[in-house]
Design a protein around this ligand. Structure first.
Ligand SMILES: NC(=O)c1ccc[n+]([C@@H]2O[C@H](COP(=O)([O-])OP(=O)(O)OC[C@H]3O[C@@H](n4cnc5c(N)ncnc54)[C@H](O)[C@@H]3O)[C@@H](O)[C@H]2O)c1
Length: 240
C-alpha cells in the first residue's frame, strides 16, 4: 500500500479502540501522527492534542496546534464518536438526541471542515470518516438507538457532500462503515455481544486493526479513484 513517508495525519477519537488502532497502524508505516481526543490515553501514538469536537473553538485550537507543529495536514481519520444508552425513540430526551448528533455528526463536520480548509489551501488531502453499518444499511437489533443511527446516516450523506465539493480541489473524502468492532463502545452486556455475533455470518466482531487497515487503504494512493465511497465492512451482518 503506497503511503508517503512522513505524511502528517490527524486522528480523532485516538484514545478509543478504532482511533487508536488507526493511529498505530499509520505511525508504524512512517506517518507523523497527531492523536486528538477529549481524553489522553495512557499509550499515546505520536503527539496528543486535546479536543472536544462538540466545541468549535476547541476544534479550531486543535487544528491550529497541528499546523503550528507540522506545517500541514495530509490526512484525517475522523473516528471520534459516542453511542447513547439504548432508549425507545418515543422516550428519548432532546438532550440525548442532541449530544449524539452533536458528537457524531456536527463534531465530525466541524473537524472535516477545519482540517479541510487546511487541505484545500494545500490543494491536497485525504479524509476518512468512520460511519457505521447502522447509518444506511441496518437498524440494530435488539438495542434501540435512533440518535446513533440517525447520526451515522447523516455522516454518510455529509461525507458524500464533502467529497463532491472538494474532489476537484485535490481533497478526497470517503466513509468507512464497520459492523460491530471489539471496542469499549460496545459496552459490557456480554449476552448482547453473543447475540450480535450469532447474527453475523463471520460469527465474530472486527478487530480495531482490521478497521485501521481499511481506513489506511482508503487514504492511500491505491484508493485514488474512491471519491465519496462508503466502504461497508461488517462480517456479513447486512447480508440477511
Ligand atoms: N465499536 C463499534 O462496534 C463501531 C461500529 C461502527 C462504527 N463505530 C464508530 O467508530 C468510531 C470509533 O468508535 P470506537 O468503537 O473506537 O469507540 P471508543 O469509545 O473506543 O472510542 C471513541 C473515542 O471518541 C472519543 N470522543 C467521544 N466524544 C468526543 C468528543 N466530544 N470530542 C473528542 N473525542 C471524543 C472518546 O473519548 C473515545 O476515545 C465511532 O465513530 C463509532 O461510532 C464503532
Amino acid at each position: 500500500m503506497a503511503w508517503p513517508e512522513g505524511a502528517v495525519v490527524v486522528v480523532t477519537g485516538a484514545a478509543g479502540g478504532v482511533g487508536h488502532a488507526c493511529a498505530a497502524w499509520l505511525a508504524e508505516r512512517g506517518a507523523q501522527v497527531f492523536s486528538l481526543d477529549r481524553r489522553e490515553p495512557a499509550d499515546v501514538v505520536g503527539t496528543f492534542v486535546a479536543v472536544d469536537v462538540l466545541d468549535e473553538a476547541s476544534v479550531d485550537a486543535a487544528v491550529a496546534a497541528v499546523v503550528d507543529a507540522a506545517g500541514r495536514v495530509d490526512a484525517l481519520v475522523a473516528a471520534a464518536g459516542i453511542s447513547e444508552e439504548p432508549t425507545p425513540a418515543e422516550e428519548m430526551s432532546a438532550a440525548t438526541w442532541s449530544r449524539t448528533i452533536g458528537v457524531n455528526l456536527t463534531g465530525v463536520f466541524l473537524t472535516c471542515q477545519r482540517v479541510g480548509r487546511v487541505m484545500l489551501g494545500q490543494g491536497a488531502g485525504r479524509i476518512v470518516t468512520i460511519a457505521s453499518m447502522s447509518g444506511a444499511h441496518v437498524v440494530n437489533n435488539p438495542q434501540q438507538q435512533v440518535a446513533y443511527n440517525s447520526s451515522k446516516g447523516g455522516l454518510v450523506a455529509m461525507t458524500k457532500s464533502l467529497a463532491f465539493e472538494w474532489a476537484s480541489r485535490g481533497v478526497r473524502v470517503n466513509a468507512l462503515s464497520p459492523g460491530y468492532v471489539d471496542t469499549p463502545l460496545l459496552g459490557s452486556k456480554h449476552e448482547l455481544h453473543d447475540q450480535w455475533k450469532s447474527v453475523t455470518p463471520l460469527r465474530r466482531f472486527a478487530e480495531p486493526a482490521e478497521v485501521a487497515a481499511a481506513a489506511a487503504w482508503l487514504l492511500s494512493d491505491e484508493a485514488a479513484f474512491c471519491c465519496g465511497t462508503e466502504m461497508l465492512m461488517d462480517g456479513g451482518y447486512t447480508l440477511a
